[in-house]
Design a protein around this ligand. Structure first.
Ligand SMILES: *Cc1c(COP(=O)(O)O)cnc(C)c1O
Length: 429
């Protein structure tokens, strides 16, 4: 198998004269020595460039970073500073955004089951929009209105309604969200969407300013987005509301040979489709993965190499499903390489596994690696910047890894490694 494809590495990845990897001018072996492994390393300039590309493509206030892909204060700050708004899907995500000094007015609140507390906090903090997902949520907003809960300006909250357009995106079943059989949103096909518009329009509890849809995640085909835009336009154009949000979902290449549209190509497809369909509303999007995924690699240390003749080779690293559950959840594929030999051929087929007490704790099912991989090697997985750290857990009471941002030869720790004290912090029994 060929060396790892350079296009899967962060934009500012380089190979040093000795064959080792650096990102943003920082050698990975140095970072591993300083911060330990497992370690998430993000190319900060790439994060900034992707945010900027989204803001430039869609316009000020129309590119919304889906924070669930990867969130810490530093990331919230970067997205905001580079011209994006923030999509928060829980009270916790909102709290982190606010703790990063992102104004509430730059936050859009999501979630299919927002609690009274989350809604109350969002309204009183003054979030820009609440994307309402259900009739039960409209009931809760009525109750809060009755209790006198208002925005800082004394008004009812501005809301969008999440519409389920009945479009099946070509992606994994668990991350397809636009089809009729979905927990999300008001279904278009059965009339719920229209009933929700009627109710929100007549209600003093909310100020209806637009519609929203999100068909799923890691979608590669521009045609899926065009289809969703077409269905949404059919519904939205006659209503002529000021705003239309078409969600996120732009896919990224994870393994050799995959190719995804760029943010600006995606923008052209969506915006051209909307223009052609007569949409007059301001069109916004909410990319998460396309901003963060390709900017990071995860660095592990190899702890065991178990060769079972005629069966399989297992390479175990010091992390696993607790820092990247995607392979276990969705069967996702990743590339692997050794940071000391970025351009080495990778003839060994091995299963890269973690250190959790599960046979299912797999990071790469059919990984390609150099034949001479040994205990102590630094093994890297690229394209782990989205839905890795954010979906991590403490399973087996393993402390979550740190996050380091690198740029211009400088590294900065933005999330430190958890400690045993962190693991015990909530244990009051
Ligand atoms: C997850 C999600 C996004 C972001 O999806 P990506 O695939 O990461 O771009 C955007 N909007 C909503 C409502 C989401 O749930």
């Amino acid at each position: 198998m060929r060396p790892v494809q350079r296009s899967l590495l962060p934009d500012h990845a380089t190979v040093e004269p000795d064959g080792s990897m650096a990102i943003g001018g920082c050698r990975i072996d140095d970072l591993a020595a300083e911060f330990g492994t497992p370690l998430f390393v993000y190319d900060e300039a790439q994060l900034r460039a992707r945010c900027r590309a989204a803001a430039d493509t869609f316009g000020a206030g129309r590119a919304i970073y889906a924070t669930k892909a990867f969130l810490c204060r530093a990331m919230a700050r970067i997205a905001y500073d580079e011209g994006m708004l923030l999509d928060v899907a829980s009270g916790g995500e909102l709290a982190v955004a606010l703790a990063a000094d992102v104004p509430a007015d730059a936050c859009v609140m999501h979630g299919n089951n927002k609690s009274f507390d989350e809604l109350r906090t969002g309204i009183t903090a003054g979030v820009r929009r609440i994307v309402v997902d259900s009739f039960d949520e409209l009931d809760r907003l009525d109750v809060l209105h009755g209790e006198g809960v208002r925005t800082p300006g004394g008004a009812s909250p501005s809301v969008l309604l999440r519409i389920t357009p009945g479009v099946h995106a070509h992606t994994h079943e668990f991350i397809a969200t636009g089809q009729d059989d979905s927990k999300f949103g008001f279904n278009l096909g059965n009339g719920d969407a229209l009933r929700a518009v009627g109710r929100a329009t007549d209600s003093p509890s909310v100020d209806l300013v637009g519609l929203h849809c999100h068909i799923g995640s890691n979608v590669f085909e521009a045609s899926s987005f065009a289809k969703a835009a077409e269905v949404m336009a059919g519904f939205a154009v006659p209503l002529d509301l000021p705003e239309l949000v078409l969600g996120g979902g732009l896919g990224v290449a994870y393994v050799d040979g995959e190719e995804a549209p760029t943010i600006s190509q995606w923008g052209s497809v969506l915006l051209d489709a909307c223009t052609a369909l007569g949409v007059r509303s301001a069109v916004s999007v909410e990319p998460g993965r396309a901003i963060a995924a390709a900017a990071a690699i995860t660095v592990y240390t190899v702890g065991t190499v178990k060769r079972i003749p005629d069966v399989r080779t297992y390479v175990a690293v010091d992390g696993g499903m607790s820092d990247n559950p995607r392979p276990v959840l969705y069967g996702s594929g990743y590339e692997t390489f050794l940071t000391r030999a970025v351009d080495a051929e990778r003839p060994l087929v091995a299963r890269v596994v973690g250190k959790h007490c599960e046979s299912g704790d797999v990071l790469a099912f059919e990984a390609s690696l150099p034949d001479d991989v040994v205990v102590g090697d630094l093994l890297a997985m690229p394209v782990t910047g989205a839905y890795g750290h954010s979906m991590g857990s403490n399973y087996n009471k393993i402390a979550r890894p740190p996050v380091v941002f690198v740029a211009d030869g400088q590294s900065r720790l933005v999330v430190r490694r958890e400690t045993v004290d962190d693991l015990l912090a909530t244990d009051v029994g």
